[in-house]
Design a binder for this molecule. Structure first.
Ligand code: FMN
Length: 411
């Protein structure tokens, strides 16, 4: 298996090569939450860059529930025109283009001014940063039903706009991942308790999404290998969830890990399995690939061609790359034309306060995306502190804009 061989998916569609640009939240929406010109320019760079699959940053299924201000929202309230343009650009060089669809649950800034919902009323614990997040209210049955419908509706609209698939985000401590973890899901009804109950929402969402789109449209799931917290969602749970997903028409499962409380997706977990610096979820992904009926993709710490090859040699069908493609969107194309030594990375941020280092890292990656979106070259050597301050400042600005929008809609 080589990185530039196509991959057949269970629904009969084809991904032209084994490299995916993984989801990265861009916070580049227009004030009305549609894709902006900057966002389109960013995806032009990725489309030209040669990855076989492009995933959007997470798109919200509900304008009241945002992973951050400046996020794209796709629901019945939106005009599809900008989404159609986005889809056309993403697919313009032959890649598949999937929209990642998400709901933040309790991982939502309190100052957005919207009610925070989650499986149970368990607040985020992030030390000094905890107060940035409001304690959530537990969803009721009607709220859960509405969520399932919203995921399905957003998927149907993504298909209508011209995307070739969706990815349901059930990782990183967002709502579906909150349902999966016993630490955040303390419900005693059919949506909580046993793993079967905790996985019910994800499975219902996957079924509803599949039912809302055509057979040739891809439906994928991003799942945590673990949430890396004692008593939380564990690799054995993830394995069982994949066995259940095997029974549904799911075209690909992407494996990642962690949450805001334990950001293992950035390779920062203390778990022995993730300490290898490159492709840190590979061992687990390879175990899952052995039992999964659908192809498996692994994301986290991949930035060199030999590592992509190692991923494939371990039975994993796709290598997902996020950070390195923000630093150099053309990496897959360069590899394909023989620049096999090409790689791209950001210098590590070795601050003592891990939570701040994680935020600065995110800010530095977002800075690269913002530069590409503005037509400039990335600058991986930029100061993480400056990137963090800039990101804080623009988040405040976007928060104000978001609050105005929501106030207008109510008024
Ligand atoms: C700025 C930034 C934004 C991200 N946004 C998302 C997102 O919207 N959805 C998602 O599933 N993962 C998101 N991630 C996680 C990446 O998809 C990926 O799992 C993680 O960065 C590890 O891969 P990497 O080492 O190639 O960066 C984000 C990562 C970064 C750095």
């Amino acid at each position: 298996m080589t990185p530039f061989q196509p991959l057949n998916l269970p629904n009969g569609s084809l991904i032209p090569n084994r490299i995916a640009k993984a989801a990265m939240e861009e916070n580049l929406a227009n004030p009305d939450q549609t894709p902006s010109d900057e966002l389109l320019r960013l995806y032009q760079a990725w489309a030209e860059g040669g990855a076989g699959l492009l995933l959007t940053g997470n798109v919200m299924i509900d304008p009241r529930a945002m992973t951050g201000p400046g996020g794209v929202v796709l629901d019945d309230g939106q005009s599809l025109q900008r989404f159609t343009q986005w889809a056309r650009i993403g697919r313009s060089h032959g890649a598949q283009f999937w929209m990642q669809i998400n709901h933040p649950g309790r991982q939502m800034q309190a100052n957005l001014g919207q009610p925070t919902v989650a499986p149970s009323a368990v607040a985020l614990e992030m030390g000094g940063l905890s107060k940035l997040f409001a304690p959530p209210r537990a969803l009721d049955e009607a709220g859960i039903e509405e969520l399932i419908q919203r995921f399905a509706r957003t998927a149907a609209l993504a298909e209508q706009a011209g995307f070739s698939g969706v990815q349901i985000h059930a990782a990183h401590g967002y709502l579906l991942s909150q349902f999966l973890s016993p630490l955040t899901n303390q419900r005693q009804d059919r949506w909580g308790g046993s793993l079967e109950n905790r996985a019910r929402l994800l499975l219902e969402v996957a079924k509803a999404v599949r039912g809302a789109v055509s057979p040739g449209f891809c439906v994928a799931v991003k799942l945590n290998s673990a949430d890396f917290q004692r008593g939380g969602f564990e690799p054995a749970d993830a394995r069982q969830v994949v066995l259940w997903l095997n029974e549904l028409a799911v075209d690909l499962v992407e494996l990642s890990g962690g949450s805001y409380e334990a950001p293992a997706m950035q390779g920062d977990a203390r778990d022995g399995r993730t300490l290898a610096r490159e492709a840190y979820f590979l061992e687990f992904a390879s175990e899952i690939a052995a039992i999964a009926r659908m192809p498996v993709m692994v994301t986290g710490g991949i930035r060199r061609l030999p590592i992509v090859e190692k991923v494939l040699a371990n039975g994993v069908a796709m290598a997902g790359i996020a950070t390195a493609l923000a630093v150099d969107p053309a990496l897959p194309r360069r590899w394909r034309v023989g620049e096999v030594g090409a790689s791209a990375e950001l210098p590590p941020i070795r601050w003592k306060r891990k939570a701040f280092a994680a935020l600065a890292y995110m800010a530095l990656v977002k800075l690269q995306m913002r530069r590409l979106a503005g037509g400039a070259q990335p600058n991986p050597q930029a100061s993480p502190l400056r990137a963090l301050l800039l990101e804080q400042w623009s988040t405040l600005r976007r928060t104000r804009r978001y609050r105005q929008l929501m106030a207008q809609r109510v008024g």
